[in-house]
Design a protein around this ligand. Structure first.
Ligand code: IPM
Ligand code: MN
Length: 361
């Protein structure tokens, strides 16, 4: 795994000396991994004001609320939000499917205008695919996730279900511009648009045209287009061709699970849901879920949460600290993966957090 330099805080933004951070531990292993991630922030001596929010399946079952608008308004006042994981145990029927996804996670992404979902990937030793060193910029507020669609004649033989994809010039442009800027700040300066323009000819056309038009603003960035199905092959067979990938919401969801698995497992995959315009807080979360089956066993891997909080430090302007976190997570992941092909360090969640906290100071 190579070191990834930080670059999420623009020069003109003033950093807060004690940012206000909302903490949503959530369900299952969420609170355990978040505790380790915050341990790292404290070890680095970064001062912050902590505000805890009880949200997720457990909170819904207790109060009947998923994310009340008054809570959302409180979240708007924060500098950043850290989220562990949300979701009921597998097989539980108490929480209707989709309720937390739409009512909590997507509500925050849409309402806080977190229009970029940034997910970096770097192969660890013994990962199924070597040579991965790229970041995916996933559009995070539109596409099929916008919820356009509905039923006609539901439950009859003539039932119709439609599910549209919303792509606005504004939404597509701001996402692609972020990706160009990110590519411009990296060594390889190479941006790939991933879509399915040969079949999704309307949305694809808008994405491709916008991509081509913005290119003139970034003369140093080389660019190429790949179909999403071909991308799945290239990620396995020739991942070195990728530096920054920009893609729509659903394609981004799918290819980031693939990239996570190929580069060393979902236990390492970090993400930043960003509002680059800073009209509200951004949200940082590991890609993995609540894993109720391992709660309290010490088996939860906190590295994805720690790497996500490293991205938060970068976003908040603690660049040197952020670089230390990513370097240390990468070093640790390299060491454990070298020793054990299954990626198990033989250490508990807390021991991993302690080990990183100790080395980072
Ligand atoms: C992710 C998740 C979410 C998504 C789900 C939980 C709504 O899979 O963050 O990738 O589809 O975006
Ligand atoms: Mn996903």
């Amino acid at each position: 795994m190579n070191e990834v330099k930080s670059r999420l805080m623009p020069d003109e933004v003033q950093r807060s000396s004690a940012p206000k951070i909302g903490v949503i531990g959530g369900d299952g292993i969420g609170p355990e991994v978040v505790a380790e991630a915050l341990k790292i922030v404290e070890a680095l001596g970064v001062k912050y004001e902590r505000v805890d929010y009880s949200l997720g399946a457990h909170a819904y079952l207790k109060t009947g609320d998923v994310l009340d608008d008054s809570v959302l308004d409180e979240l708007r006042q924060l500098d950043a939000i850290v989220l562990g994981a949300v979701g009921p145990p597998v097989g539980s029927t108490e929480v209707p499917p989709g309720l937390l996804e739409r009512g909590l996670l997507l509500k925050m992404r849409f309402e806080l205008d977190l229009y970029v979902n940034l997910r970096p990937f770097n192969s660890v030793p013994n990962a199924p695919v070597q040579g991965i060193d790229f970041a995916v910029v996933r559009e995070n507020t539109e596409g099929t996730y916008a919820g356009e669609g509905g039923f006609l004649r539901k439950g009859t033989k003539h039932e119709v279900a439609t599910q549209g994809s919303v792509n606005t010039r504004h939404g597509v442009e701001r996402c692609i511009r972020f990706a160009f800027n990110l590519a411009n700040s990296r060594k390889a300066k190479h941006l790939t648009l991933v879509h399915k323009t040969n079949v999704l000819t309307f949305a694809g056309d808008l994405w491709q045209r916008t991509f081509d038009e913005l290119a003139s603003e970034f003369p140093e960035v080389t660019r190429v287009y790949n179909h999403v199905d071909a991308t799945c092959i290239y990620m396995v067979e020739d991942p070195k061709r990728y530096d920054v990938i920009v893609t729509d919401n659903l394609f981004g969801d799918i290819i980031t699970d693939l990239a996570g698995s190929l580069s060393g497992g979902i236990g390492l995959a970090a993400s930043a849901n960003l509002n680059p315009d800073r009209t509200g807080p951004s949200l940082f979360e590991p890609v993995h879920g609540a894993a109720h089956d391992i709660v309290g066993t010490g088996k939860a891997n906190p590295l994805a949460a720690i790497r996500s909080i490293g991205m938060m430090l970068d976003y908040l302007g603690f660049t040197a600290e952020a670089n230390k976190v990513s370097a240390e997570v990468i070093r640790f992941a390299n060491e454990i993966m070298e020793k054990n092909t299954k990626g198990s360090s033989g250490m508990t969640t807390q021991q991993i957090g302690d080990a990183i906290a100790e080395r980072i100071i």
